[in-house]
Ligand binder design. Structure first.
Ligand SMILES: C[S@@+](CC[C@H](N)C(=O)[O-])C[C@H]1O[C@@H](n2cnc3c(N)ncnc32)[C@H](O)[C@@H]1O
Length: 271
């Protein structure tokens, strides 16, 4: 669990993730997923690969004091940051450092599983989907969020291309891995083959409000597992990345930042 394509972070980077990426990107995406999931009051929810808990806390608001929410992540830095943040008043949230392949729940005990921008990073996606199926009650739902194709996200497309050109393919591949499960048919097939039915899918647009690339690109990359590759590059190479991204996104400038389109796949699958 140490490669950048499996999205592993140290504690300080997990803090940056919460400070930088959750407000700008992961938070809006988590909110879109949780609204789509239509989580009822009083139900039991697990957020698999919860990170710092963006979707977990939103789910806790939905289930209220009579529900139960568990956030699990294999990364201790993410779980430590999640634990340090306030949870909605009256809600019960449990944070567990564990793997998506071994969930801390009895068979058929969970009503809703959330998986927000995590399935693409799992080395054995079918095994994780079967494990999630095990813990779901009959009629329970798995709700998945996954970025749409890289080309549909002008910010990430520009960033991956510029990093590939000026810093190197290895660092670019780490950023691209977030888009490693972006084909709707592939997502549907994975869910069907793991035993789910009643699969409903949608592609939802999200407008991202980001600081100007000159400000955002360095802090964004430093909040990802690709920080080391970026830091190891020459100052000229880093400046060239920022300059290229800013040039490509000039048409999205909006006052003090940029407003860029972004899309996410949402899938709901029933046990
Ligand atoms: C891009 S982050 C998304 C986090 C969170 N769901 C969000 O929306 O902010 C991907 C997460 O998947 C987690 N992850 C990767 N492999 C995992 C595994 N095998 N089991 C559990 N979590 C895993 C990483 O530690 C990371 O927190």
């Amino acid at each position: 669990m140490t490669t950048s394509t499996e999205w592993q972070l140290a504690r300080d980077a997990a803090e940056q993730y919460q400070k930088v990426l959750v407000p700008s990107i992961l938070g809006p995406a988590a909110s879109t997923l949780v609204e789509w999931a239509e989580i009822e009051r009083s139900v039991a929810v697990i957020d698999v690969g919860c990170g710092t808990g963006a979707a977990t806390r939103l789910a806790a608001e939905k289930v209220g004091a009579t529900g139960r929410v568990v956030g699990i992540d294999v990364n201790s830095g993410m779980i430590q940051v999640a634990r340090s943040l306030p949870i909605p008043e009256g809600a019960t949230v449990e944070w567990r450092e564990c793997s998506a392949y071994e969930l801390p729940s009895e068979d058929q005990s969970v009503d809703v599983v959330l998986c927000a921008q995590t399935l693409q990073f799992l080395a054995d996606r079918p095994a994780a989907l079967v494990e999630i199926h095990r813990v779901l009650k009959l009629g329970g739902r798995l709700c998945v969020g996954l970025w749409s194709e890289l080309q549909e996200s002008p910010y990430f497309h520009a960033l991956v291309e510029s990093v590939g050109k000026h810093i190197g393919e290895k660092t670019a591949a780490g950023l691209r891995s977030a888009f490693g499960l972006s084909d709707a048919e592939q997502i549907r097939t994975l869910l069907e083959e793991a035993g789910y039915s009643g699969i409903k899918m949608a592609v939802k647009p999200i407008e991202l409000d980001l600081p100007l690339p000159s400000v955002f690109v360095p802090i964004h990359i430093r909040a990802t597992p690709m920080a080391a590759g970026f830091e190891a590059a020459s100052p000229e190479a880093r400046k060239s990345v920022v300059r290229d991204v800013a040039k490509k996104l000039a048409l999205y400038e909006n006052g003090e930042g940029i407003r860029v389109p972004f899309t996410t796949h949402l899938a709901v699958a029933t046990k």
